[in-house]
Write a protein that binds this ligand. Structure first.
Ligand code: TYM
Length: 333
């Protein structure tokens, strides 16, 4: 039986991935590579939608590659590459822009949120066309499944709509992908504002656990995380968002169920619980951080790995692009 195709991407827009990226996406990628045909890429072109410093973008792209490999994404099993190394992403991106309606694109909540924050004059057109490039990223590889966090659901829905529309107008060209979103872990919240998602663009980093941050700093952030006036360690998203978020993190990293965690902390206070979560997070991240820092010492290896990945990705992407052009009636080269 042929293995199902999986594709996903992550933006290199921060000095480190955060725990939300890890639990919502990367941890799943590592699991899926065992029995799927997997493509994972660093969305460096998407990162250009916000103003970037060239040296920083370069560094963050390599830091992203190091973190993926350190987290267990194995370049022998997974095709790992940079989006900018495969030109077909931009080429199919244009076609997707021509397939999407202006109103449809205007309804994307990530665009609305971000453009509202900075105002339309300071918002790049690329931020508006971002979801169509994302659709191209996915459709080029004929992906069956796209493992992402909850915040990407709307973009995957748009991708499905665009694929279906194209197929019905021009003949079956694209696999219509399914989102692969976990029930738990798909939305990790900020430790200081536990009703908002953990995000690289948070105003304060006090509520964001970064994979590459020091164990001391991460432990401190967890111990001083926002909870509530109660004492009971119980999962209740509405009444106890902070405690519930910490329980989700505990469960995802320790493998204990929520019920087991509730039982283990019966009669104990938040102090004990936070201490235990801090310990689990720090010990889980310690080897990943060490490995990523070690990989960063060998830039040539990282670049070569990404080039090898792009060579493999290009074969698949160019086939889809050429079928797309043909079905659209563009004269063959
Ligand atoms: P990005 O770089 O913002 O995030 C990478 C992945 O991390 C997930 N994520 C979270 N999961 C749980 N809790 C959180 N607090 C949290 N924050 C982020 C995201 O859902 C994502 O899976 N547009 C994408 C990148 C992209 C892409 C693609 C993804 C470009 N092309 C094609 C899939 C397929 C993004 O900005 O992810």
């Amino acid at each position: 039986m042929t293995r199902k195709r999986v594709l996903s991407g992550i933006q290199p827009t921060a000095d480190s991935f955060h725990l939300g990226n890890y639990l919502g996406a990367v941890q799943q990628w590592v699991a899926l590579q065992e029995d799927h045909d997997v493509f994972f890429f660093i969305a460096d072109l998407h990162a250009l939608t916000i103003e970037t410093d060239p040296a920083l973008l370069r560094k963050r792209s390599l830091v992203s590659a190091a973190q993926l490999i350190a987290s267990g994404v194995d370049p022998e099993k997974s095709t790992v590459f940079l989006q900018s190394h495969v030109a077909a992403h931009n080429q199919l991106g244009w076609i997707m822009e021509c397939m999407a309606g202006f109103g449809e694109a205007s309804r994307m909540t990530q665009f609305k949120d971000k453009s509202q924050k900075s105002g339309t004059d300071r918002t790049a057109v690329g931020l508006f066309t971002y979801p169509m490039l994302q659709a191209a990223d996915i459709l080029l590889y004929q992906a069956d499944r796209v493992p992402v966090g909850e915040d990407q659901r709307q973009h995957i829905e748009l991708t499905r709509d665009l694929a279906g529309r194209f197929n019905s107008r021009y003949g079956k060209t694209f696999q219509v992908p399914e989102p692969h979103i976990l029930k738990s872990g798909a939305k990790i919240n900020d430790l200081q504002d536990p009703t908002a998602k953990m995000s690289k663009s948070a105003e304060s980093m006090q509520g964001v656990i970064e994979i590459l941050d020091s164990p001391e700093s991460n432990a401190k952030k967890i111990k001083s995380s926002m909870t509530d006036a109660g004492r009971e360690v119980r999962f209740d998203q509405a009444e106890k968002p902070g405690v519930s978020n910490l329980m989700t993190i505990h469960s995802a990293l320790s493998g204990s169920t929520i019920a087991e965690i509730e039982k283990a902390f019966e009669g104990k206070g938040y102090g004990d619980f936070k201490g235990a979560v801090a310990e689990i997070v720090v010990e889980y991240l310690r080897p990943i951080r060490a490995k990523a820092l070690e990989l960063l010492e060998d830039e040539a290896f990282l670049i070569q790995t990404l080039r090898n990945g792009a060579d493999k990705a290009r074969v698949v992407a160019e086939k889809t692009l050429s079928d797309t052009y043909k079905n659209l009636g563009l004269v063959e080269r």
